[in-house]
Design a binder for this molecule. Structure first.
Ligand code: AMP
Ligand code: TRP
Length: 336
């Protein structure tokens, strides 16, 4: 039996942080040998909010290099750039025309980002989830490993696929495969270091709110030293009054590779002065091999280009086949 397909992606906007790593990429790496995987750098999504043309190409390289540095293995996985495969834009248009506007207006991420943008909201920002649906559906993905914040977009993708199948599929022959989200409980929602009730995010104006995968040991030390805590001694998980405490303990648990019970016992009598150096140490240790490998890859652009070129070819083959199937179902005159 052939392997099931996985597709996921990250936007090339700024550096990846611990939330991206623990919520998404680490999980891709863990399951990659069981699936046929496609991981894209979603650069079309990156321009749904105002962007800087001077940094877009370099940010795209950076994310691709970080995928490899985090352990994405080309034996199992294909890495490519979304804008290099034009089928993503084309399927988005087709899906746009069958997606009801009010489905998009309900999206939480759109509402949050739109508030931040003020008057400057583009049509692209509203359409962002349809582009994401096209990314997924083009590859007939069975599973989509993402952080918890993307759950609603995955539900929308399923609804769009079901609608296409309903309107244009023949009885037993669906046009599009309906994908399942793959959301791990641990690390699915890493919170900000400056506010344990907000998710760690690339768009937070404060660098102190997140640990980037490329932060130096000194930066990591400084950020953990200054991060928000509380005055209570004895550190515990799951106390709704202590969101920062839960978040920092969870980070420690995942990065140290311990069980929740082990960490609960180890930290139950600790104060922050004792805990913070431990968290600092495991974070630096966990990121060091990623950073070393990242530098090596970024120093070899020829290699990186060859990875992306090969990725584009493999992705195009699958994507173009699906696109033709959809156009055919919609009744288009085949290209002459
Ligand atoms: P983005 O940075 O928005 O391109 O997100 C890329 C991936 O990282 C997606 O799968 C997100 O769900 C995941 N992600 C982003 N922020 C977090 C967070 N704070 N905690 C867990 N996962 C996250
Ligand atoms: N919207 C996702 C995020 O911000 C990124 C993304 C775009 C994605 N296309 C995708 C994730 C397809 C999974 C599958 O996190």
């Amino acid at each position: 039996m052939s392997k099931q397909r996985v597709l996921s992606g990250v936007q090339p906007t700024g550096n990846l942080h611990l939330g991206n790593y623990l919520g998404a990429i680490r999980n891709w790496v863990e399951i990659q040998d069981q699936y046929d995987n496609f991981f894209c750098v979603v650069d079309l999504h990156a321009i749904t909010v105002p962007h800087d043309p001077k940094t877009l190409a370099d940010d795209t390289y950076k994310i691709a290099a970080l995928y490899l540095a985090c352990g994405i293995d080309l034996q199992y996985s294909t890495i490519f750039v979304q804008s290099h495969v034009t089928a993503h834009s084309e399927l988005t248009w087709l899906l746009n025309c069958i997606t009801p506007l009010n489905w998009l207006e309900r999206m939480i991420q759109f509402k949050e980002k739109a508030i931040k943008q003020g008057e400057n909201v583009s049509v692209g920002l509203l359409d962002y989830p349809v582009l994401m649906a096209a990314d997924i559906l083009l590859y007939d993905a069975d599973k989509v490993p993402v952080g918890e914040d993307q759950k609603q977009h995955l539900e929308l993708t399923r609804d769009i696929a079901a609608r296409v199948n309903d309107k244009f599929g023949k009885k037993k022959e669906p046009v599009l495969k309906i994908p399942d989200p793959l959301i791990r409980t641990e690390g699915a929602r890493v919170m900000s270091l400056t506010d344990g009730t907000k998710k760690m995010s690339k768009s937070d104006p404060s660098e102190m709110s997140r640990i980037s995968l490329l932060d130096s040991p000194d930066e990591i030390k400084k950020k953990i030293k200054r991060c928000k805590t509380d005055p209570i001694k004895g550190l515990v998980f799951d106390d709704p009054q202590r969101p920062e405490c839960h978040n920092l303990l969870s980070l420690y648990q995942i990065l140290a590779g311990k069980t929740k019970q082990e960490v609960a016992t180890e930290c139950q009598d600790m104060g922050w002065g004792q805990f913070k150096p431990l968290l600092t140490e495991v974070t630096i240790e966990a990121l060091k091999p990623i950073q070393d490998k990242y530098k090596e890859i970024m120093d070899n652009k020829d290699y990186l280009n060859s990875v992306l070129q090969e990725g584009k070819a493999k992705a195009e083959e699958v994507a173009n086949t699906t696109l033709s199937r959809v156009k055919d179902a919609l009744g288009y005159l085949p290209s002459l």
